[in-house]
Design a protein around this ligand. Sequence first.
Ligand code: SAM
Ligand code: GLN
Length: 283
Amino acid sequence: MLTVLESLKLSTEYLEKKGIESARLNAELLLAEILNCKRLDLYLKFDQPLKENEVDIYREWISRRGKFEPLQYIIGKVEFFGLQFKVTRDVLIPRSETEILVEEVINFAKDKSGLKILDIGTGSGNIPIALAKNLTNAEIISVDVSTKAIEVAKENALLNSVESKVEFILSDINHFKIETGLFDIVISNPPYVSAEEYPSLQKEIVEYEPSIALTDSNDGLDFYRTIAEKSKSFLKKEGKIFFEIGKEQFDDVEKILLKNNFLNIKITKDYQQIERVISGELK
Ligand code: SAM
Ligand code: GLN
């Protein structure tokens, strides 16, 4: 039987040959998941022989990863904002940049209580759930057009014990209607990749993640136009809007916000110094 060290070596070589970046790290993370231990604990188990069923699962997982399936879909989970989320191929894998979006809203909202928040394009539910965990008495409504995404988001709310704080609504934002002036905050990480850029994204993304989560099939700005326009009626006076944006979208999204009566435009950069989160206040 193969030992932990031998199987790691073979798997790393295989993934390298297939062109997977950080092959060793991927091989380690997958095996740690199967052995139900931390990645670094593998180093204490190098001589341990793998059981037959462990080898079978590992072989299948390494083969899937070799076909560029994202690691998070293979293990079925991801960490976001210090919390665990289930992910399936029906939802976008939460990105670390999106933690900055959540952080901006928490910074703005942390001293206020009883805020009403509308999250548009919920996916796995990562945004509303991270907000519900960190804000007292916030009431959150989350909208997504994907039935399967809403199912995953509801499961994640249960997993994180915030099911009573978040209401999930299945709706296309273009047709979504709700009482006027209800919300203090609108937050969204919408699909913002243009039709032109989409085919050039990493193979992992284009071949495995849902395209409706990533692109508007136009210029990448459609959701900002729609959400900014509709938020004029979703929000209370002086309500705030927070968007995640893509590289080089700041100028265009700022114009869209200004055109829709949002003022005090603020930008926050991400770890790579890319302008990532834009916010504004309704006049
Ligand atoms: N909030 C998650 C996150 O930050 O990881 C997912 C964001 S993903 C970029 C965009 C989400 O918008 C997807 O879950 C997708 O299903 C949803 N979406 C796409 N078109 C939509 C529409 N017309 N109305 C509502 N939601 C939509
Ligand atoms: N940041 C995502 C990417 O990896 C895009 C997410 C989005 O469209 N909101 O391409």
